[in-house]
Design a protein around this ligand. Structure first.
Ligand code: HEM
Length: 296
């Protein structure tokens, strides 16, 4: 009993950065292994999916960065306040304008799981600012790590322009060396004044942050499966084909009127639904036979 207490207090005297890495190891693996992320790593990501995840990230980072701004002078957060280097809201706005066009604000969906994450961020920012670092760590250090691999995968899979449009989220102009920046960030986390009990709560909050991310991925996977049934995924593939054929499309956002979208998805439905194909084929045969009989 005494030994385990000693071990636990010893481990708590470690740096917060090490403790966070250790405490979130298992949930990190869990996040990597969600079907959404596994498919992404294999390059199996459609434009539709990518747009959905970008939209959710916009809501998440808007909330996170609003709370960071609220607490930027609070000693519990100030040492890890790096807006020029890390903040992603503006980059996500750029990406959403590119993918959805001018009216992106009216078009982007916010699944319930994303809303739940957003609410937690506001709750923490307003009531427990000492836990905000757990959320900043989970997102920003992740974006600077695995995020860079995902950027290359998305660029290739979606044939996005090499000039970076649609990938602003993954591009950290204010960070010239990600490894060095992560070292600096870790040292600032370690410099936060924190008692043992708070440290433990920060570790729990980081695990919670990972779980909230996992739930967002699961919700997006569900949305994708549902829209696959409705033929929306086919629409995205058609958009992608249009993108690779029409080079001028690469240099700007993808404005597409709602009416155009609707008519495209109807055509896709006709083209992909086996029942509709059968009906059309049957109609064609009946017409041919009728014309033949009439000619006799
Ligand atoms: C396909 C999915 C993912 C891949 C391939 C991936 C990969 C990686 C890699 C290679 C590292 C660097 C590890 C190191 O430096 O030792 C890392 C670190 C990290 N990742 Fe991920 N990751 C993924 C998903 C996520 C998600 C969903 C989150 C959280 C939302 C996340 C958060 C983090 C964090 C916070 C770190 C920093 C760990 C630390 O140094 O303390 N990752 N990831």
């Amino acid at each position: 009993m005494e030994t385990s207490q000693k071990q636990s207090s010893e481990s708590m005297s470690q740096d917060l950065s090490e403790l966070l890495k250790e405490a979130t190891k298992e949930v990190h693996e869990q996040a990597e292994n969600t079907p959404f992320m596994k498919n992404f790593q294999k390059g199996q990501v459609s434009l539709h999916e990518f747009k959905l995840v970008t939209a959710s990230l916009y809501f998440i980072y808007s909330a996170l960065e609003e709370e960071i701004e609220r607490n930027k002078d609070n000693p519990a957060y100030a040492p890890v306040y790096f807006p020029a280097e890390l903040h992603r809201k503006a980059a996500l706005e750029e990406d959403l304008k590119y993918f959805y066009g001018r009216n992106w604000r009216e078009e982007i969906p916010c699944p319930e799981a994303t809303q739940k994450y957003v609410e937690r961020l506001h709750y923490v920012g307003r009531n427990h600012p000492e836990l905000l670092v757990a959320h900043a760590y989970t997102r920003y250090l992740g974006d600077l790590s695995g995020g860079q691999v995902l950027k290359k995968i998305a660029q290739k899979a979606l044939q996005l322009p090499s000039t970076g449009e649609g990938l602003a989220f993954f591009t950290f102009d204010g960070v010239s060396n990600a490894t060095k920046f992560k070292q600096l960030y870790r040292s600032r986390m370690n410099a936060l004044e924190m008692d043992l009990a708070t440290k433990k709560r920060v570790l729990e909050e980081a695990k919670k942050a990972f779980l909230l991310n996992i739930q967002v991925f699961e919700a997006l996977q569900e949305l994708v499966s549902k829209s696959q049934e409705n033929g929306h995924l086919v629409q995205s593939k058609a958009e992608l084909r249009a993108r690779s054929v029409n080079k001028s499309y690469e240099h700007g956002p993808a404005p597409r009127k709602e009416s155009e979208r609707a008519s495209r998805s109807q055509t896709d439905l006709v083209a992909t639904s086996p029942l509709m194909r059968w009906i059309l084929a049957l109609g064609f045969i009946v017409t041919t036979v009728a014309v033949g009989l009439f000619a006799m």
